[in-house]
Design a protein around this ligand. Structure first.
Ligand SMILES: Cc1cc2nc3c(=O)[nH]c(=O)nc-3n(C[C@H](O)[C@H](O)[C@H](O)COP(=O)(O)O)c2cc1C
Length: 160
């Protein structure tokens, strides 16, 4: 089964996590790149939450690995304002048809809010149901050992 991990990451956490997931799944991880640069440093980066809350989608660069070529696709992204990131919204709009009929996974990272709200907002814009996984800092799920254990369980689940 051909598998790929696509990730969006503003401050590096999802990038690191994607590397681990891709290693466990023996596949490549590719970054989703927005055409317009965002504020990514300091407290000002939180201003990006407004565009997520307003359901804005970002224009993104074409990915190098076309999703249509894969059977199993995992998307890794932070939660912004309990909502989908504009980059992943843009990715889903651009490749919606290519994702239909595929086995999909959605992995989110966040600080402390309940990921359930973001998952249901994502489900509205995904073409298929997805296997979900979250890493919440407040639940100590950013710690390396715990993270590794959760990733292993997720990969076992998505392999079934
Ligand atoms: C604009 C913005 C909005 C955020 N909104 C939330 C939120 O609603 N709930 C939450 O728990 N964490 C929130 N966070 C924290 C991020 O989800 C978290 O730090 C994530 O791991 C960052 O991933 P990254 O380093 O790959 O960009 C927000 C962060 C940013 C920058």
């Amino acid at each position: 089964m051909k598998t790929i991990v696509y990730f969006y990451s503003l401050s590096g956490h999802c990038e690191k996590l994607s590397g681990k997931i891709a290693a466990e799944m023996h596949c490549e991880a590719e970054r989703i790149v927005e055409k317009k640069r965002r504020l990514s440093k300091g407290f000002l980066r939180f201003l990006n939450g407004r565009s997520a809350l307003q359901r804005k989608s970002a224009a993104i660069e074409a990915v190098r690995n076309e999703p249509v070529l894969f059977d199993r696709i995992v998307i890794v992204t932070p939660i912004w304002a309990a909502s989908p990131t504009p980059a992943v919204r843009g990715f889903l709009e651009k490749y919606y048809q290519d994702l239909k009929g595929k086995k999909l996974g959605l992995v989110v990272t966040n600080l402390g809010s309940d990921p359930a709200e973001a998952f249901s907002k994502y489900q509205e814009i995904f073409p298929e149901p997805f296997i979900k996984l979250s890493f919440t800092k407040a639940k100590d799920e950013w710690k390396n050992l715990k993270e590794d254990e959760i990733i292993k369980q997720f990969v076992l689940g998505i392999n079934q």
